[in-house]
Design a protein around this ligand. Sequence first.
Ligand SMILES: Cc1ncc(C[n+]2csc(CCOP(=O)(O)OP(=O)(O)O)c2C)c(N)n1
Length: 234
Amino acid sequence: MQRRPGGSMHLFDAGRRFYGGNAIVAGGLPLAAGLALADRMRADRRVTCCFFGDGAFAEGEFHETANLAALWRLPLLLVCENNLYAMGTALDRHEAQTDLAMRAASYGMVAWAVDGMDVEAVEQAARRAAEAVRAGAGPHFLELRTYRFRAHSMYDPDRYRGKAEIERWKDRDPITRLLDRMREDGGPVDETLAGIERRVAAEVDHAVEAAEQAPEEPVEHLLHHVTSAAREAS
Ligand SMILES: Cc1ncc(C[n+]2csc(CCOP(=O)(O)OP(=O)(O)O)c2C)c(N)n1
């Protein structure tokens, strides 16, 4: 049977405080603000981290969330992966001001633009920001300036940019650069990497097998946990 993948949108694990993706672009932002507000009201010293793209930055939900997060000084870390394209629309075709960190700062929160092609720079900025948020310094915003080598999804023919542009960015592939740097430092980088790749491949195979062997959800369950009028009418 052919299954159409819903993709990363449907991963969720509340037990690990992983509240999943959202099929609505920017839909995760107000939810993240709510989680951060709950932590603050319960005096839990936690940081809620919300990832989204440059496409989401263009949505009203981002701006409403940024405003309330700053106003209420929520323990929220907003991480914008600016890969220059919202699906097929280039950032400079839909935004008059493309400096996203600067715009986030205008809400009254600390905002940094980071080289998103540099793993260590991202790690350092994320650590610093998370520590500051946890210490009560209010929301922080990171603009990770990066690029997407592949199409937005399997249904995207990727005709909105030239191959030369993609190749130019590939020269700065963050994983290749990190591995090169680690090789320069010495150590069994390639053996370690091969081991990690073997372990991950086995874990993925195991997960796929478990999912394929799991029973199909019966159609009667379709409206479980649905509280709308549609359910009451049924
Ligand atoms: C509210 C809403 N509008 C439009 C869409 C269709 N859509 C899906 S992904 C996407 C672009 C999102 O851009 P970005 O967040 O930058 O993601 P990237 O293209 O980098 O993967 C759009 C417009 C949607 N899912 N939700």
